[in-house]
Design a protein around this ligand. Structure first.
Ligand SMILES: [Ca+2]
Length: 307
């Protein structure tokens, strides 16, 4: 059986490194490349940490690229700082050199090149804003035919967003961060015919990262992956943290854990609700991950980190 072709576009948060690691544990997936979008991170440490993770997990033949797109509403600095911490974790700094290549071209150009060269349509796994995808589509509309589907962590359909009104004046609390960073690009992707399977806050709100689960990772006593995963989760345990990017990515491993539901939606790009993914009749059809076999998901995550 041929492997499922996947291209990863993440935005450098703690959750994004874990999602990348999870993808690398899936034997039926061939990862064609990784692009980092400069959103929930500072880009240099995010690129560096990503390459070190590929090295650690034995995938240094996969190239990484730096997207040079820009968003509209920056992520809070406090979130973005985590990229420096992960890049400095001892377990990622045991070697003098980084072997995973950083390509010379921009992330958006690399995405176009990889999609054009792929022998069959590719699944885009996107765990940050859709800006790099939108810019690539604008530069090379022909790649739309090479995108099998987009699996995306983003949006809030029938629950409040996670952009806090107290942090962001001019926002009514309806937006999810990955949309809010650049709602215009999300709307651009909404204009395509590409199948979109999104993992919205509606679902992730039910799947917290618990102390119990993180401590179980320690008890598994595996090295180095379980250790790295546990350190990443330990970093975020003081805040309310959920399986966002990891939950979206696990869909590629076990779609049968999820029930999808179709919605008609539009992306609000202006005004107080900018960044909202609004359910509207005769809007753009998307699939949202709606229900989850939570026990199976938690078991799967623990199992995948035992390496
Ligand atoms: Ca992310």
């Amino acid at each position: 059986m041929s492997k499922q072709l996947v291209f990863m576009d993440h935005d450098g948060g703690v959750d994004d490194y874990l999602a990348t690691m999870l993808l690398l544990t899936m034997d039926h997936i061939e990862l064609l490349g990784v692009v980092v979008t400069p959103a929930d991170c500072y880009i240099q440490p995010a690129i560096s940490a990503t390459r070190k993770i590929l090295d650690l997990m034995g995938f240094s033949h996969i190239s990484v690229a730096e997207s040079t797109v820009r968003g509209i509403n920056p992520f809070p600095r406090l979130y973005r700082r985590d990229s420096f911490i992960v890049d400095h974790l001892p377990i990622l700094n045991q070697s003098e050199v980084i072997n995973t290549p950083l390509v010379a071209e921009s992330g958006q150009d690399f995405m176009i090149k990889v999609l054009r060269a792929a022998p069959q349509p590719v699944t885009l796994m996107v765990t940050g804003p859709l800006t790099t995808v939108a810019v690539a589509l604008d530069q090379a509309p022909d790649i739309e035919a090479k995108i099998e589907k987009i699996v995306w962590m983003g949006g809030a359909l029938n629950v409040p967003g996670n952009v806090e009104k107290s942090l962001e004046a001019g926002q009514d609390g309806s937006a999810e961060w990955n949309v809010y960073w650049d709602a215009i690009s999300a709307a651009r992707v909404w204009q395509t015919q590409i199948e979109i399977i999104m993992c919205p806050l509606d679902l992730t709100n039910n799947v917290p990262v618990t102390s119990e689960l993180v401590q179980k990772m320690g008890k598994q006593r595996h090295y180095p992956v379980s250790d790295l995963a546990g350190q990443c989760y330990a970093l975020v345990i003081p805040q309310d943290y959920y399986f966002w990017d990891v939950l979206a990515t696990a869909y590629l491993g076990h779609p049968e854990f999820y029930q999808l539901r179709e919605w008609e939606t539009e992306i609000i790009t202006t005004g107080l609700s900018q960044g909202r993914t609004k359910v509207v009749s005769s809007g753009r059809k998307i699939y949202a991950m709606d229900k989850l076999d939570k026990d199976a998901f938690y078991d799967y995550i623990l199992k995948q980190w035992t390496r």
